[in-house]
Design a protein around this ligand. Structure first.
Ligand code: NAD
Length: 436
């Protein structure tokens, strides 16, 4: 099948490459000329396991190509995906200008009946606006449908190749047929293609992210309670997670959720709920708890060292909002580091993949180290923000020997407090007793 994918970011590039892998001819479109040129040279602009080989293989096979010329991609396509960004507007609502601009461009380019798929995360009612935008530019029949994406950064290729389910919101058989055909190779193990009406599909995506964010904020609230009572949130987590009705995923407390999806999608859902006269106290609380949680590590550092941090050096391990990605959008590490810098501290950071992103964010306001241990030389404390695998079993003796004092603020509960006491660390984690 000829497929156009407009927007070549985390979602569009992964979707395009995976759809090419199953034999389709896919043209990926982006307005960012530099990105397209880099992709044509075989350079992948993001870090995502398995993606580079996948793109290379499909480009070489002639099934995957990149262009800035939307019309040339859309004209032959039976299906055109819209996968551009939907960043939060000032009031928290999703900014649809890119989605609607692409819809108009598709309308102008279409020469035959086309299925236009909104893959970007968009508020309920957007497919209708996309349809109007396309139809304003063409008399050729268009079938707009909603196909929200559930992939996780850090495991995006795997998630797209083996989805738990594919959600498709349609109101025309031609759209359903095309999407059934496209997704069949990814659903061979029997996972469901869920066909529903368009508004239900649009709400499903936001409800899924809001539910996951709710679990995180809920556990962060419970962690706060644990800290005030001497309880250990890890025990509580295991105690409730073993209940089949609750399940164990997404119950880890931490320094707050970040990334390009949860914060913006919770905000957008809050906004939509208010606009539709159904404000959600739960969603508002989820966001408020998270905002407070992102300040937690900084406030602990300030409580320990005082408000004036000049002359102090802090090592930070992990900058990305989660492991296996270089994405630092809305990362809690940014809140901590900005707070440290404002108070005069020196920061030396390590991250296995996000250093180039961090240079874009912080420039030379912080120092970077290639090896995690080098960041510790003379540090007053180490702050851990991302649970990258190499941080899980470090050499504590080497850490201690390099630091000015063995103090560790762990935003991801990587180590057992008793073990840290044994290694002679003063150790602060989330929802567990302080040791040392
Ligand atoms: P991204 O910012 O990585 O990529 C978006 C791309 O769209 C950019 O390359 C940008 O240059 C391009 N673009 C913008 N306007 C354009 C236009 N008019 N024409 C062509 N290209 C244009 O975004 P992303 O993370 O891939 O997210 C895309 C959408 O998918 C968002 O709505 C997001 O909420 C949703 N989503 C993201 C994830 C994720 O994990 N990142 C997961 C599920 C859903």
């Amino acid at each position: 099948m000829n497929v156009a994918v407009v927007g070549t970011g985390y979602v569009g590039l992964v979707a395009g490459a995976c759809l090419a892998e199953t034999g389709n001819r896919v043209v990926c479109v982006d307005i960012d000329r530099e990105k397209v040129e880099a992709l044509r040279r075989g350079e992948i602009p993001i870090y995502e396991p398995g993606l580079e080989e996948l793109v290379k293989r499909n480009v070489e096979a002639g099934r995957l190509s990149f262009t800035t010329d939307l019309a040339s991609a859309v004209k032959p396509a039976r299906v055109a995906f819209i996968a551009v960004g939907t960043p939060p507007d000032e009031d928290g609502s999703a900014d649809l200008q890119h989605v609607l601009a692409v819809a108009r461009d598709i309308g102008r380019a279409m020469e035959k009946e086309t299925v236009v798929v909104t893959k970007s995360t968009v508020p309920v009612g957007t497919a209708q606006r996309v349809r109007e935008a396309v139809e304003a530019e063409t008399a050729v029949p268009v079938h707009v449908c909603s196909n929200p994406e559930f992939l996780k950064e850090g495991a995006a290729v795997d998630d797209f190749m083996k989805p738990d389910r594919v959600v498709v919101g349609v109101d025309h058989p031609a759209a359903e047929e095309a999407l059934r055909e496209l997704y069949a190779p990814f659903l061979r193990t029997g996972n469901a293609l869920m066909v529903m009406d368009i508004p239900s599909a649009e709400i499903t995506k936001y409800a899924a992210n809001a539910m996951l964010a709710t679990r995180i904020s809920f556990m962060n609230a419970i962690a706060g309670l644990c800290e005030r009572t001497g309880a250990d949130v890890d025990k509580v987590r295991q105690g409730i997670g073993s209940d089949a009705r609750i399940g164990s995923a997404f119950l880890f407390p931490g320094a707050g959720y970040g990334g390009s999806c949860f914060p913006k999608d919770v905000k957008a859902l809050i906004r939509t709920s208010r606009e539709l006269g159904a404000p959600s106290a739960i969603l508002e609380a989820v966001e408020a708890v998270n905002e407070a949680q992102k300040q937690l590590l900084l406030s602990r550092v300030v409580r320990r060292f005082g408000g004036d941090l000049s002359g102090r050096t802090f090592a930070v391990w992990g900058l990305a909002f989660k492991p296996n990605t270089d994405d630092m959008r809305e990362a809690p590490s940014r809140v901590t580091i900005e707070g440290l810098l404002e108070r005069g501290a020196k920061v030396v950071a390590h991250d296995p993949e996000a250093i180039h992103e961090a240079r874009r964010v912080f420039g030379d306001r912080i120092a970077y180290s290639k090896r995690e241990y080098d960041s510790l030389d003379g540090a007053d404390a180490l702050i851990i923000h991302t649970e990258w695998l190499p941080y899980r079993r470090p050499d504590f003796a080497e850490m201690k020997s390099r630091m000015a004092q063995p103090i560790l603020f762990d935003g991801r509960n990587l180590y057992a407090p008793a073990m840290m006491a044994g290694h002679g660390f003063e150790y602060y984690s989330i929802g567990r007793p302080v040791v040392g």
